[in-house]
Write a protein that binds this ligand. Structure first.
Ligand code: G6P
Length: 470
């Protein structure tokens, strides 16, 4: 099956670099290129190198738009049956592996490994197999293949069996669960997850902490030693400073700043109100509700902040096929509304919540931020923590969860919180709002430098180099 004709570099991920929308009125298809580390990372490759990106067509827009839009050079969209995709993506990837790595189970959200899960697992295997087959077809002899994330943990071993000549890397963008939590998975499934990844020449993670957790799981589940000789790599991903600085000063961002300033308003003494900004997908692991509760406690504990501060919270819908995500979205809205009802005054809306995804408005909020609130329960990295200090006009204080991967690089200059500790987070917000301007400026400078030290192009090229030497 090997071919000298195929691509030398291949990327595989559930979501691809492009999505399509169909204008029903005109029948026109618009293709939108996504952002994210992989898209900008891949731009470091010579376009003539003929890299190929294998992804699922589902999630790339409605079916008709995708069918007619397909044809993007260098992108191969797999037409995986909807029921297989649903079980693999919603069932195994997002409801099981995501929950294990982010330690999200809590009563009544309990792990469930009965017949339904076993059927979903079979779909997950088939989904991974579709990727492995497509990669095997597309790859030239000895090509480098970079397989991404928890959607595709079985694909490395499957591909290895089809094409022993390839150099295969797997990259986890999530945290890796600690061993006792990982072993919630049935033993045979846990073993398949690990040995699937160990089919790669190199298994890479965003931080040393997640890499060590993976190694420990291998020892506990599969026996001592990484059996296949797979190398372990760590590649932190940073923010793209040049792109962000330029994009944040375009006209659409300026226009959104005007609108946001209007919503934020001025304090009784006539100065602009202070802002605590967060930008997330509405995602259980992001801990948005506890962030709101901490803000509410700040208004209780430190009433002098009333009328003088606004919590700007952007919570963009995510994974709405899952009931637990829909309920979480509703809970975020309910708590924000409750705070506004209880504390708001005719001229002051304590929480400005936006749920419609708008990148230009996110950048506008970054520029206005006095405090950046990033308090996930667990997070592979969290790029918002790295982006906001780069973009904020006046410098912002970062309140950061110690459970975010970004903590390893930013912990020294952030105010660090335990994400479950609402009172502690309220105190951290008070400390952040009260920080003297010169200290805040110094810290912002160091945060921006640390957060941009590993731009996406370098992150991507380092992985390729790591694979060459594997
Ligand atoms: C996390 C994962 C990514 C995923 C993203 C969005 O960051 O690591 O692989 O693309 O969430 O999730 P979604 O389910 O919307 O693709």
């Amino acid at each position: 099956m090997a071919s000298t004709q195929g691509a030398q570099i291949l990327v595989a991920s559930n979501r691809g670099p492009v999505s399509y929308t169909l204008d029903v009125a005109t029948g026109e298809i618009t293709a939108k290129r996504g952002g994210g580390g992989l898209v900008s990372g891949l731009s470091a490759i010579d376009p003539d190198a003929g890299a190929v990106w294998v992804c699922s067509a589902l999630g790339a827009g409605d079916r008709e738009a995708v069918r007619r839009g397909i044809g993007e050079p260098g992108v191969r969209m797999l037409d995986i049956p909807a029921d297989v995709h649903h079980d693999a993506y919603n069932g195994v990837a997002n409801s099981t592996l995501w929950f294990v790595h982010h330690m999200l189970y809590q009563t009544p959200l309990e792990p469930s490994f009965g017949a339904e899960f076993r059927a979903q697992w079979a779909a997950y295997e088939s989904y991974n197999h579709s990727f492995a087959e497509a990669l095997a077809e597309e790859a030239a002899d000895g090509a480098a293949v970079l397989i991404q994330d928890y959607h595709l943990v079985l694909a490395p071993r499957m591909l290895r069996e089809l094409r022993p000549d390839l150099r295969i890397g797997h990259f986890s963008h999530t945290p890796w669960a600690p061993v006792d939590y990982f072993r919630l998975l049935p033993d045979d499934i846990a073993a398949q997850v690990l040995s699937g990844i160990l089919g790669a020449d190199r298994a890479a993670f965003l931080t040393r902490r997640w890499a060590d957790a993976f190694t420990e799981c291998c020892h506990a589940v599969l026996g001592p030693g990484i059996p296949s000789g797979t190398r372990i790599g760590v590649h932190g991903l940073g923010a793209d400073a040049d792109f962000l600085r330029a994009r944040a000063h375009e006209a659409d961002v300026d226009a959104r700043m005007v609108a946001l300033r209007e919503q934020i308003g001025t304090a009784p003494d006539g100065t602009p109100r202070r802002t605590i900004v967060r930008v997330d997908r509405t995602e259980l692991s992001k801990n948005i509700v506890r962030g709101l509760l901490a803000y509410r406690q700040l208004l209780d504990d430190q009433p002098s902040w009333r009328e003088r501060v606004v919590h700007v919270a952007f919570a963009y819908p995510s994974r709405q096929d899952l009931a637990v995500y829909r309920e979480y979205t509703a809970e975020v809205q309910r708590v924000a509304h409750e705070i506004n009802e209880r504390y708001g005054t005719p001229g002051w809306t304590p929480v400005v919540l936006h749920v419609k995804d708008d990148f230009a408005r996110s950048l506008a909020a970054y520029r206005l931020a006095d405090v950046a609130l990033v308090n996930p329960i667990r997070d592979g990295m969290n790029l918002v923590a790295k982006e906001m200090p780069v973009v904020s006009d006046e410098g912002c204080v970062l309140v950061l969860s110690r459970e975010a991967g970004a903590y390893e690089e930013l912990g020294d200059d952030a105010i660090v919180v335990n994400p479950y500790d609402v009172s502690g987070t309220a105190a951290a917000l008070h400390q952040a709002l009260s920080m003297p301007a010169d200290e805040r400026a110094e810290r912002t400078k160091r945060l921006a430098a640390a957060g941009t030290a590993l731009p996406p192009t370098r992150w991507f090229l380092d992985q390729l180099r790591g694979l060459e030497s594997a």
